[in-house]
Design a protein around this ligand. Structure first.
Ligand code: FUC
Length: 743
């Protein structure tokens, strides 16, 4: 039960609130920046909370705050970077020598708190970023009246001046690319007084106060309007006015109801942790969890990926970038961009299986809004002359890095267009939203098939290859690289299914199916590995680099795309290739090489899960707890922090529990020995299903399947399969031997 602010003031603080399994907590404020601060967000606007008693700092971001622009030639310098608004700072000079300090983030309710005692007064701060209200809310309270005297200021990271009003600070300016931006903070005091003080607001002897913060730009996801829309001033002012009219409790209830409507769709229980593990603050506990299994922290890591996705990617906004939504500098690593060769895709791996399909819509909307610019850049690039020497006329390609204005940077990642299409298709597979398939997914899939129809080249034996491709960031540029071949196969295969589902374009569908079957498929090399390139590398080609050898631990596992996220290679349908993939994966393994990153282990978790190896999948996910791969606030650590690993490991854990790539719902396909008992509710499966499972002694004890549309399905547990028919609202239940129960 949560105490209301009034009750808190009336009866004093209760510090011994039970530590929820879904809480990150610390005994000290964040000191070293983004790696320690706690993240909140409403899908568009984010806050990083530092929590020092005498100077609260909330770093503010908003997903459209980008420099740069459209750059058809792809020069890196013109792509721009994701920016930070700066810090909203609350100075409380008397709050020194704090004791009983605790800082926490409850990811089950999306509330962050700071508690401490200073000068004999117990203080509490509570923070949330509301999607329905569109503002960040902070509440400062204490158990003695008149305890708050200090100043509030906005420190704009671009040095813009603050305009001071009666109870409001406003910063409005523009970036060098003309993007208008604005942020405002409003203080609603209880007791005491507030007055302007130069560039800040000074408050004196307040009992408590609420802060409301709004931030935005004039960005519009629209190429035709040069990605610019309305000046944000009126919108932000209206949001703040509306929020000011509501009580803090009403704002909090509205926020929690909204957040939980997404978060509560999936519940995971991997068994209890020990009292000693529960007693450790999260920064220490994660390091212990690297040494000894901590089931509740693993559950927290799983749910954290979902929490972060809900907090940084909601409809109407931009998708999660390399840092999700959060950013404390104007020159972030890799521009904090959208990286097409693994990273942005990994961000969205958990969306469908863990019940957050709407969180993927910002990605589709961004892609859609970039297409005119991407088509233009592709048509102008000599890289994409067709085999007959013509400039490219149909479809689009993407460079490895892109912004929100149609601009791109670095090398072409030639088959990223097809990889992006997989996400559109998967959204349909999981949701069975036919309207989305017809209007949104099918057109981009078909356009991308046309692009590859124009660009594939035939080998002398007639097999088709992607010309001059690259296995991301590894080895030579060549024809027929496995990564490229597998991704185009994936597009063609999904396209035929999409055309079948809609019952349209029969002839073209057959043509693409024929091309799919002519694509060069990856071979098996001399040590049993799945070949990453068309031919095995000879010693002289390897020269100084270890590639295509048992010692090749490179961070990317690009040639294993066909295992995960793809479905071209599975133990059931292509056992020899699956065995070769396992040889390659074992060699990549847990590598001592420092260039193997947090996201590498997240991908390897899913890969082992797809190969039915739960124990090795678990070894990979446990790597996410090592000092090298995770920050004190459990953000993935590249370094610097990078969020793809958080999303990827959530997807990987889901993949260990339910899979559906083979046209069946596979129950507990890769349960590790270290999770002997547990349950999960609400995971989703292709075909429009929702699945609950429980298990004991490492074996399935029961499952429930629900469906979004009237349909038929098959469940598998081990070697046993059972077919069923199902209607929405009428769940089908099974016992541990897949016998139907409850009928
Ligand atoms: C890819 C990876 C790097 C990094 C970067 C943002 O290029 O190879 O490790 O994650 O994206």
């Amino acid at each position: 039960m949560r105490l209301t602010v009034a009750a808190f003031l009336a009866i004093g603080l209760v510090y011994t609130c039970p530590a929820s399994e879904l809480t990150l907590w610390y005994r000290q404020p964040a000191r070293s920046g983004m790696n320690e601060a706690l993240a909140i967000g409403n899908g568009h606007m984010g806050g990083l909370i530092y929590g020092a008693p005498d100077e609260e700092r909330v770093n503010i971001t908003e997903d459209s705050f980008w420099t740069g622009g459209e750059n058809p030639s792809g020069e890196d310098g013109t792509m721009g970077s994701y920016q930070t608004f700066g810090d909203a700072v609350v100075r409380l000079p008397a709050h020194t020598n704090a004791v009983d300090y605790r800082r926490e983030l409850d990811i089950g309710t999306a509330l962050s708190r700071v508690r401490y005692e200073a000068g004999g007064v117990k203080h509490e701060r509570e923070f949330f970023c509301s999607h329905p209200a569109g503002v960040l809310v902070a509440r400062f309270s204490a158990d003695k009246p008149g305890s708050y005297t200090g100043q509030i200021e906005l420190r704009d990271s671009h040095g813009a001046a603050t305009v001071v009003g009666t109870n409001r600070l406003t910063v409005a300016s523009a970036l060098e690319n003309g993007l208008k931006y604005e942020w405002q903070i409003v203080i609603l005091p209880e007791g005491g007084s507030v007055e302007s003080n130069g560039t800040s607001l000074a408050f004196s002897r307040c009992d408590g106060f609420t802060l409301l913060i709004a931030a935005g730009t004039d960005y519009a996801m629209n190429y035709a309007k040069h990605y610019r829309g309305r000046d944000p001033h009126q919108r932000l002012t209206t949001l703040l006015e509306a929020a000011s009219q509501k009580s803090y409790d009403a704002l909090e209830r509205e926020h929690e109801t909204d957040f939980r409507s997404l978060f509560d769709r999936v519940a995971l229980d991997l068994g209890p942790s020990s009292a000693a593990q529960r007693g450790l603050p999260t920064d220490q506990r994660r390091l212990e969890a690297f040494q000894r299994i901590d089931p509740e922290l693993e559950t927290l890591l799983f749910q954290y990926g979902r929490y972060l996705l809900i907090s940084c990617s909601r409809p109407g906004g931009l998708p999660a970038n390399l840092q999700g939504l959060w950013n404390d500098r104007n020159d972030p690593a890799w521009h904090s961009d959208y990286h097409a060769n693994i990273n942005v895709e990994m961000n969205y791996w958990p969306a469908e299986p863990t019940g957050l399909p709407e969180c993927q819509l910002p990605f589709f909307n961004l892609v859609d809004s970039q297409l005119p610019a991407w088509r233009k850049a592709t048509a102008a690039s000599p890289e994409f002359k067709t085999p007959s020497g013509q400039m490219s006329a149909r479809g689009f390609a993407i460079r490895t890095s892109h912004n929100i204005y149609g601009g791109m940077g670095w090398n072409w990642d030639k088959t990223a267009n097809a990889w992006y299409c997989r996400h559109f298709w998967e959204h349909y597979e999981f949701t069975r939203d036919r309207d989305f398939l017809r209007r949104t997914a099918y057109p981009i899939m078909k356009e991308t098939c046309e692009f590859w129809e124009d660009h594939l080249e035939a080998l002398p034996d007639g097999r088709l290859v992607v010309p001059k491709g690259w296995s991301p960031e590894h080895g030579p540029v060549e024809d027929g690289v496995s990564y490229n071949q597998e991704i185009v196969w994936d597009l063609f295969d999904n396209y035929t299914r999409a055309a079948d589902a809609l019952g349209i374009d029969r002839d073209y569908r057959d043509k693409i199916a024929g091309m799919r079957d002519r694509l060069l498929t990856p071979g098996i090399g001399s040590w049993g590995q799945l070949l990453e390139w068309r031919t095995e590398k000879t010693n002289s080609e390897r020269e100084h680099l270890e590639f295509d050898t048992r010692n090749d631990h490179h961070r990317h596992t690009s040639h294993l795309f066909a295992v995960y996220p793809g479905h071209q290679i599975t133990p059931g349908t292509t056992p020899a290739l699956a065995a070769a993939a396992k040889v390659s994966l074992d060699a990549r393994g847990i590598s001592p090489d420092s260039d193997v990153r947090e996201w590498s282990f997240a991908w390897r978790t899913s890969l082992y899960a797809r190969l039915g190896d739960g124990d090795d999948a678990h070894k990979m996910l446990q790597q996410l707890f090592s000092d090298r791969n995770t920050c004190p606030n459990l953000f993935g650590l590249h370094p610097p922090m990078q969020m793809d690993g958080n999303f990827g490991v959530t997807a990987g854990m889901a993949e260990m529990l339910v899979q559906s790539q083979d046209g069946e719902i596979q129950l507990l396909p890769a349960l590790p020995g270290v999770w002997p008992e547990g349950s999960v509710k609400g995971l989703r499966a292709r075909g429009g299903f929702e699945v609950d499972e429980s298990w004991a002694d490492g074996k399935l004890s029961g499952a429930v399947v629900r469906a979004l549309t009237p349909t038929k399905g098959t469940v598998r547990y081990g070697k046993r399969t059972v077919d069923f028919s199902i209607d929405p609202g009428k769940p089908v239940t099974f016992d541990g031997s897949l016998k139907r129960t409850g009928e």
